[in-house]
Design a protein around this ligand. Structure first.
Ligand SMILES: CC(C)(COP(=O)(O)OP(=O)(O)OC[C@H]1O[C@@H](n2cnc3c(N)ncnc32)[C@H](O)[C@@H]1OP(=O)(O)O)[C@@H](O)C(=O)NCCC(=O)NCCS
Length: 162
């Protein structure tokens, strides 16, 4: 993922049940509303999310029936492995378990034996989530964002786990 986010400071909130499913075109407005960059008028970001929804590559997390976050995945795009391009939870819903539920839904629907993602070193919230979900650190790549390396992680799908 190439977008740098500020260090996460969100405190834990009361956990409500999270449902996940593939987003349909009807969900697009709600999906975009979850994303601070698209909401702020980033047209490239909006186009990328819309394209993922149209291609059925976007999963949504719903809390009390409302879209609270989404994950965009590109199957087999990273050395033949699925890659999570984007994982975003609405600011008001963070620390409610939506990100965790989406990562688990992505793994449950994986088309490769490992699923990969990346995040900036500065993204404390994403790194904490990946660590809590036992994603393994693979390595880091400098040069994409000045002074903020991209860290790569992977998770093994259930059938490969001991
Ligand atoms: C990263 C992000 C997706 C996490 O989603 P989330 O729904 O808030 O995460 P969850 O509630 O599922 O967190 C599960 C666990 O991860 C860890 N965690 C998540 N966010 C954390 C934070 N801000 N600080 C510390 N730990 C955190 C905690 O262990 C948490 O469990 P707990 O709440 O029981 O302590 C969310 O912060 C977000 O949308 N950030 C902006 C977009 C982004 O940076 N995406 C990643 C790169 S594309």
């Amino acid at each position: 993922m190439q977008v740098a986010y500020p260090r996460g400071k969100t405190p834990p909130v009361r956990k409500l049940p999270v449902e996940t499913r593939v987003a349909g075109v009807v969900d697009l407005v709600s999906v975009l509303a979850c994303d601070p960059l698209a909401s702020a008028g980033d047209a490239d970001r909006e186009t990328a999310i819309a394209s993922a929804v149209h291609d059925a590559r976007c999963r949504i997390g719903l809390v009390e029936g409302a879209v609270a976050g989404f994950a965009v995945t590109s199957p087999r795009s990273f050395f033949g492995r699925d890659f999570v391009d984007l994982l975003v939870v609405a600011v008001s819903q963070r620390r409610g378990g939506v990100g965790r539920s989406l990562l688990r839904a992505v793994l449950a629907a994986a088309t490769s034996r490992t699923v990969w993602t990346s995040t900036n070193r500065s993204n404390a919230a994403m790194r904490a989530l990946l660590a809590d979900e036992d994603w393994e650190f693979s390595g880091e790549l400098a040069g994409l964002d000045d002074g903020d390396p991209e860290l790569f992680f992977f998770a093994r799908v259930r059938s490969e786990r001991p």
